[in-house]
Design a protein around this ligand. Structure first.
Ligand SMILES: O=c1[nH]cnc2c1ncn2[C@H]1C[C@H](O)[C@@H](COP(=O)(O)OP(=O)(O)O)O1
Length: 196
């Protein structure tokens, strides 16, 4: 489906379109898997009610404001303490218009601390929508296992994602300097050459 990136201020003029906002929370991660494989970074996505992976968020009303609407959704879906970890305009990353569907998708990225990641994960289990619209937050494996070169991010990318969530994940990984462009291309190639 065709989509075009537009500046945020242009997108909010599209009052006849439905608008959705979603957010990627991430933090550095010093842990080592099996004591030797660097986890590198924590990136949160969620398992949705429909079995697809996506970012937390949802439809918003332009009247309430994009970030206010997103924070409302984040409170409902993952129990986010929006007074401390709420999304602001400064966290905006990209807006894409899908003209054929009269739909506008806004994507935000927020870097937090490892401790705040743990707070988000803990709060999510008691959120209003937990077990309903959201089946739980998941950490995206951003490493590739050295043994088979497929385990980790390549295998994760072989899952099914909602809307443009997969593209947003890849964009976020590169934009935030979590992975290089070359590392992402390598993971993509490995994810399409062998499926689990
Ligand atoms: O993570 C996402 N990235 C981009 N688009 C997404 C993502 N998750 C959902 N979507 C699309 C698909 C839906 O048509 C709308 C609204 O999604 P949803 O989060 O299910 O909204 P509600 O919770 O029902 O408000 O965005």
């Amino acid at each position: 489906m065709a989509r075009r990136a537009v500046p945020r201020f242009e997108a909010v003029k599209l009052t006849r379109y439905k608008h959705a906002c979603h957010a990627m929370f991430h933090a550095p991660n010093e842990d080592k898997l099996f004591g030797r494989i660097p986890m590198r970074h924590t990136v949160l996505m969620q398992m949705r009610f429909d079995g697809r992976f996506g970012f937390p968020g949802g439809f918003v009303n332009l009247e309430e404001g994009l970030e206010a609407g997103l924070n409302r959704e984040l409170e409902e879906e993952i129990g986010l303490d929006v007074r401390i970890l709420g999304i602001t305009e400064g966290d905006w990353a990209v807006t894409e218009v899908h003209d054929e569907q009269n739909f506008v998708s806004h994507f935000y990225i927020k870097k937090v601390t490892p401790e705040q990641i743990r707070q988000i994960e803990t709060a999510a289990t008691t959120a209003k929508d937990h077990g309903l619209e959201s089946l739980g937050l998941v950490r995206v494996p951003v490493y590739t296992l050295p043994r088979d070169k497929v385990g980790g991010l390549p295998a994760f990318l072989s899952n099914t994602f909602i809307g443009t969530a997969r593209e947003e994940l890849l964009m976020g990984l590169e934009q935030e300097g979590i992975l290089s462009h070359a590392e992402i291309q390598k993971a993509l190639k490995a994810s399409t050459t062998r499926r689990h």
